[in-house]
Design a protein around this ligand. Structure first.
Ligand SMILES: [Fe+2]
Ligand SMILES: [Fe+2]
Length: 314
């Protein structure tokens, strides 16, 4: 991975932090910006995605927790966009003038969270995915300003996923309709989070992000880590998830109980485990984006441009 910049190669090799643009190669800068954009977009979009469901909170206390989580997510987005601005991008344009389809967040957020139950399952599963992905970046990160910014993010993601777990346990123990609603949400949201980690290593092993220490684990390693945290917890609280652990040669592996990938109907929020598909099919679904993409982006872009217009010349 030698570059035309020996000083950069030395920093990478020694595992030291990069602090300024002057120390980077153009390829590193490009990869860093891409990684930051995915992170910023994911944090940002979680705010409108969670907001719809937070309004259905069963109590004022629960609502305040939902709003506190949304506030955290906006601050997380700001950290990533602010660093992008320091790296020469225009934060305002990135957030308020981009085409909805060009936002780089996981497809899962395009499927609407419509109830409090779906929000707390998102906390237990999506925020757990965020915790794994960002935890990996936090540990490995070769860019100093982001590594330090992620200290705050990790603490707060931990709070979000704890909120999800506490509520999942409460709803499961309540039994009856609460438990059924919880199980229905898990049924469509578990496989959606499995997809979140992207192509399997058999199709995409090499990643420039790994070379540049902007990532330490492969997609499959991250997926395994996520399952090792989510599956035992769900089983412990009596919620069924379509995965189990197998041990071979002393090695524990989490195995899915359905064909991966397979077909998903986003309108009905239903997976068809009898209908396996290809990764090309998944990519097509991801690229077309889901039901809420344009609506969520419009939510903050329209407000901003209306505000600008009403204050023009003032
Ligand atoms: Fe976040
Ligand atoms: Fe979060």
């Amino acid at each position: 991975m030698a570059s035309a910049n020996p000083a950069f190669d030395r920093l990478m090799k020694k595992g030291e932090l990069i602090e300024t643009v002057g120390e980077m190669t153009p390829e590193y800068l490009k990869e860093l910006k891409h990684t930051l954009l995915v992170s910023g977009d994911t944090e940002l979009i979680s705010a409108p995605a969670y907001y719809l469901a937070a309004q259905r909170a069963p109590s004022i206390n629960a609502f305040m927790t939902g709003i506190a989580i949304i506030q955290d997510e906006l601050a997380h987005a700001h950290i990533a966009y602010h660093i992008l601005e320091e790296l020469g991008e225009d934060q305002e344009k990135l957030i308020f003038s981009r085409d909805p389809k060009s936002f780089r967040y996981p497809y899962a957020f395009d499927v609407p969270l419509e109830t409090w139950t779906e929000l707390i399952v998102a906390n237990a599963m999506y925020d757990q995915a965020g915790f794994c992905l960002l935890g990996d970046i936090h540990e490995q990160c070769s860019y100093g300003p982001w590594k330090r910014g992620l200290n705050k993010v990790m603490l707060e993601e931990n709070f979000h996923l704890r909120n999800g777990r506490t509520w999942c346990k409460r709803m499961s123990q309540a039994g009856g309709e609460s438990r059924e609603e919880l199980q229905s949400a898990v049924d469509w949201m578990f496989p959606l989070t499995i997809e979140w980690f992207g192509l399997p290593d058999s199709m995409k092993m090499h990643s420039t992000q790994l070379d540049y220490r902007l990532k330490g684990k492969t997609n499959d390693q991250l997926r395994q880590w996520w399952m090792s945290l989510v599956v035992p917890y769900m089983e412990e609280i009596g919620v069924a998830v379509p995965a189990h652990m197998e041990v071979a040669d002393g090695q524990e592996t989490w195995v899915l109980d359905y064909p991966f990938p397979c077909t998903f109907d986003p309108e009905a929020k239903r997976w068809d485990f009898r209908d396996p598909c290809t990764w090309d099919d998944v990519m097509l679904r991801w690229r077309a984006r889901g039901p809420r993409n344009a609506e969520m982006i419009q939510l903050f872009q329209e407000e901003f441009h209306n505000f600008r217009k009403s204050h023009a010349g003032a």
